[in-house]
Design a protein around this ligand. Structure first.
Ligand code: AMP
Length: 304
C-alpha cells in the first residue's frame, strides 16, 4: 500500500502552561507523516521548506521511512513559521504569529514514485494547493482524506467548497464544523457537511475524543485517553489524522467498520503526541508502546 501526505513542514514557537519553545519542528505534514509511519509504508511527503531547514530534521523523517523526494527546499527563502499560545485548559489556543515565507510561492510537485498512491491525506493547507495535488494524480486514490481550518473557511470558501467535492473524509473540530455548515447542532452540521461532498466526517473534540459520522447517518465515538501528563497539544489533530490514514492504508479496507478501527489508532497515536513538546514524543515510539496503548483504549470502553 502507499500513502501520500501533503501539508506544512514548519518551525513553531510554542507556549503552554508547561513551558516555552522558541523554535521547534512542526507543521501538519510532519505530524501526519511521523504518525502514519508507525502503521504503514511507504509514506510520501509533499511540502516545502526554506534553506534554513535543518538537514537533521530531513534525516529524522527519512529514518522513520517518511520519503522526502517531494519536499522542496527553496533557496533564499525561510521555512513557514507559526507561533501559538495555549490557554490554561489547553483546549484552546491563540495564534500569535504566522509567517508564510516559502508557502507564499509553493507550487507542489508530486514525485512520480508517489503518483499512484492508494491513500491521499491532504493536511491543513490553502485549498487551492490541496487541489493542485489532486489534479496531478493520474488516477483517483482509493481514499482521499482532508483536514482544513477556520482560516480557509473564512478566507477562501469557494476553493474550499470545490475541494470538498473531491474528498471521501473531512476532519474538522466542532467550531470549524459549525462555521462551515452554519448549523450549531453537531448532528445537523455533520449532515450538512456530508451533503457538500465528503461521505464521512470526523469531528475532533480534543481531550473529549472524536466522532465519526457515516454515510447512513451512523455515528461512532472514540474517546481520548485520560492522561496524567499532557504538556503540549500541538499537532494532536494532525497526529490523529496520521494514525487514521496510516491504519487504513496498512489494511487496504476503507469500509465504515475499518474506519472505526482507524479512529482507535488515530486516538492512540494522538495520545502520545501530547506527552511532550512538538513532535518529540513521535520520534521514538516502539511497536510495543503502541500496542500497549491501543490495549489501554480497548480497556477504557469495555463493559462486562
Ligand atoms: P494542530 O495542533 O494539529 O492543529 O497542528 C499544529 C501544526 O499546524 C503546527 O505545527 C503548525 O506549524 C501548523 N499550522 C499552523 N497554522 C497553520 C496554517 N495556517 N496552515 C497550515 N499549517 C498550520
Amino acid at each position: 500500500m502507499s500513502l501520500l501526505v501533503i501539508g506544512t513542514v514548519a518551525y513553531d514557537g510554542l507556549e503552554t502552561p508547561f513551558g516555552v519553545r522558541e523554535r521547534i519542528l512542526g507543521g501538519s505534514a510532519t505530524y501526519i507523516g511521523l504518525s502514519a509511519s508507525y502503521l504503514t509504508k511507504p509514506v510520501h511527503l509533499v511540502s516545502v521548506v526554506g534553506d534554513d531547514f535543518e538537514q537533521t530534521h530531513i534525516d529524522m523523517l527519512n529514518r522513520h521511512n517518511v520519503r522526502t523526494e517531494g519536499l522542496e527546499v527553496m533557496a533564499g527563502q525561510k521555512t513557514f513559521f507559526w507561533k501559538g499560545k495555549y490557554h490554561l485548559d489547553m483546549n484552546s489556543r491563540d495564534t500569535l504569529d504566522t509567517q508564510l515565507n516559502v508557502l507564499e510561492h509553493f507550487n507542489p510537485k508530486v514525485p512520480d514514485s508517489a503518483k499512484n498512491c492508494d491513500v491521499l491525506m491532504l493536511g491543513n493547507l490553502v485549498p487551492a494547493i490541496q487541489m493542485s495535488v489532486v489534479e496531478q494524480l493520474p488516477t483517483r486514490p482509493k481514499l482521499v482524506v482532508m483536514d482544513t481550518m477556520n482560516l480557509w473557511i473564512e478566507n477562501t470558501p469557494e476553493d474550499l467548497r470545490k475541494m470538498l467535492k473531491k474528498v471521501d473524509v473531512l476532519t474538522v473540530n466542532d467550531e470549524e464544523a459549525r462555521q462551515l455548515s452554519g448549523e450549531h447542532n453537531l448532528v445537523k452540521a455533520a449532515r450538512a457537511i456530508r451533503a457538500m461532498g465528503p461521505k464521512i466526517l470526523i469531528l475532533k473534540k480534543g481531550e473529549h475524543g472524536a466522532l465519526l459520522f457515516g454515510p447512513e447517518d451512523e455515528i461512532f465515538f472514540a474517546p481520548a485517553l485520560p492522561l496524567a501528563d499532557v504538556v503540549d497539544p500541538t499537532g494532536a489533530g494532525d497526529t490523529f489524522a496520521g494514525g487514521f490514514v496510516g491504519y487504513l492504508d496498512s489494511v487496504g479496507d476503507y469500509s465504515f467498520d475499518s474506519m472505526k478501527r482507524g479512529l482507535m489508532y488515530a486516538a492512540t497515536m494522538a495520545s502520545f503526541c501530547v506527552e511532550a513538546f512538538g513532535p518529540e514524543r513521535m520520534m521514538d515510539l516502539t511497536e510495543d508502546a503502541i500496542r500497549a496503548r491501543r490495549a489501554d483504549f480497548a480497556q477504557l470502553i469495555q463493559v462486562g
